[in-house]
Design a protein around this ligand. Structure first.
Ligand SMILES: Nc1nc2c(c(=O)[nH]1)N[C@H]1C(S)=C(S)[C@@H](COP(=O)(O)O)O[C@H]1N2
Ligand SMILES: [Mo]
Length: 382
């Protein structure tokens, strides 16, 4: 009958003293969830400022390491994914406390309840809106990026407040046995089973999705929306030429316009006649997949020299795509002059396919995939 013990305890009504709803379990789950959320916050802020650098930052954005954004965003999505089971477990552990009666006992108590409501709401929102974003599913009326970014700060504040309020409880339950050796904990076995199950769940969702950016684990990528091995020219495609309305681009009539002190217009053949360079750089999508590839093409720095762009110029890149948010991007000065930044004409040894941006696309180091503009028609020096 020993095997019946755990299910019966799990089904006890809220408010009763099930060991799995106690402070020790809440503390141990918090020790896993807290770091996952902290990694999410730091990498999320990095991603946000690489994607939308405020004016002064634009001029000092680093181009090295070339895989910096790839690592940061891989960690963001992996820690966010691991946070899904951890958050659900944390909520399950504490839910009897969320429904205590009477709901409010004093002003101070009311304030604490309010901060917990904010904590729960912002944590659930951040983790699940991020998860849905990895699947490019936006079942809400607002724009994902600004709201996800703003609520992240609410969540960070709510977590800090929660830690401050709960500091004594956390301290009392941080270690298994407190000094002075309390009587042996009769619930230790149930708790260990629960935590082992939770650890296995968090590891499973991470290992079956992290292969979307961590190439050696690509064979285990079973649950992520993208697989790095699927896609034309061994690279996944985010927006197809068909979706962007650029499928009918004709190489014969296509021209690249470069504005600047001595503007020029170049055909594809003229670009191919310029010095070609090869780079190995990743596309690292904000949604979590990334893959390194071999690109060849013309250095943007050479194009800047050709139009006599002054040093320190920024470059506005415009796609021939007629609508959509990603048709325009900006190359900061360091990226524009970097020898690794190309107007790429080939990918993994073949001319770019229409879906990868034929005839020409931007590829530059250490930046979000969304800025690696495809189907380029215009470079404007400013
Ligand atoms: N013109 C244009 N360029 C674009 C996009 C787009 O929608 N339009 N999508 C971007 C995004 S979000 C990513 S991740 C990369 C993906 O490049 P790939 O499809 O060649 O792998 O292209 C970027 N370049
Ligand atoms: Mo992307």
């Amino acid at each position: 009958m020993e095997g019946m013990k755990v299910p019966v305890r799990l089904l006890r009504p809220p408010g009763s003293a099930s060991p799995l709803h106690d402070a020790r379990t809440a503390t141990v789950v918090g020790r896993l969830l807290g770091p996952a959320l902290a990694v999410c916050l730091v990498t999320g802020v990095v991603s946000h400022y690489l994607k939308h650098p405020p004016g002064p930052l634009l001029d000092v954005l680093p181009t090295r390491p070339v895989w910096g954004y790839r690592l940061s965003q891989g960690l963001h999505v992996a820690s966010g994914t691991a946070a899904v089971p951890l958050l659900l477990a944390k909520l399950w552990v504490v839910y009897p406390r969320l429904f205590t009666w009477p709901p409010v006992r004093s002003l101070l108590h009311a304030l604490e309840r309010l901060s917990v409501a904010l904590l729960v709401a912002s944590a659930v929102f951040e983790v699940f809106s991020g998860l849905l974003n990895t699947a490019q599913w936006y079942p809400w009326p607002f724009s994902f990026v600004p709201v996800h970014f703003a609520v992240a700060w609410l969540l960070a504040g709510a977590v800090l407040l929660h830690l401050a309020v709960k500091a004594p409880v956390v301290a009392a339950h941080w270690r298994r046995h407190r000094a002075g050796a309390a009587p042996a904990d009769p619930d230790a076995r149930d708790r260990r089973s629960f935590l082992a199950g939770l650890g296995a769940a968090a590891a499973a969702v991470t290992v079956t999705t992290v292969g979307q950016s961590l190439t050696p684990l690509a064979p285990l990528d079973l649950l992520a929306p993208r697989h790095p091995g699927h896609g034309e020219q061994q690279l996944p495609v985010n927006r197809t030429a068909e979706a962007a309305g650029t499928a009918a681009l004709d190489a014969g009539s296509w021209h690249l316009t470069v504005s600047g002190p001595r503007p020029c217009r170049l055909s594809l053949d003229q670009l191919r006649a310029m010095p070609q360079h090869e780079v190995e750089l990743p596309i690292a999508c904000v949604e979590g997949w990334s893959k390194s590839a071999r690109w060849t093409g013309v250095r943007v720095a050479d194009l800047l020299d050709r139009v006599a762009a002054p040093p320190g110029s920024r470059v506005r890149v415009t796609s021939l795509q007629t609508h959509g948010p990603y048709r325009v991007s900006e190359l900061p000065p360091t990226h524009a002059r970097d020898p690794l930044t190309l107007l790429a004409l080939t990918l993994n040894g073949q001319p770019l396919s229409p879906d990868h941006g034929f005839p020409a696309r931007i590829i530059a180091p250490n930046r979000p995939g969304v800025l690696q503009t495809k189907w380029v028609g215009l470079l404007e020096v400013s």
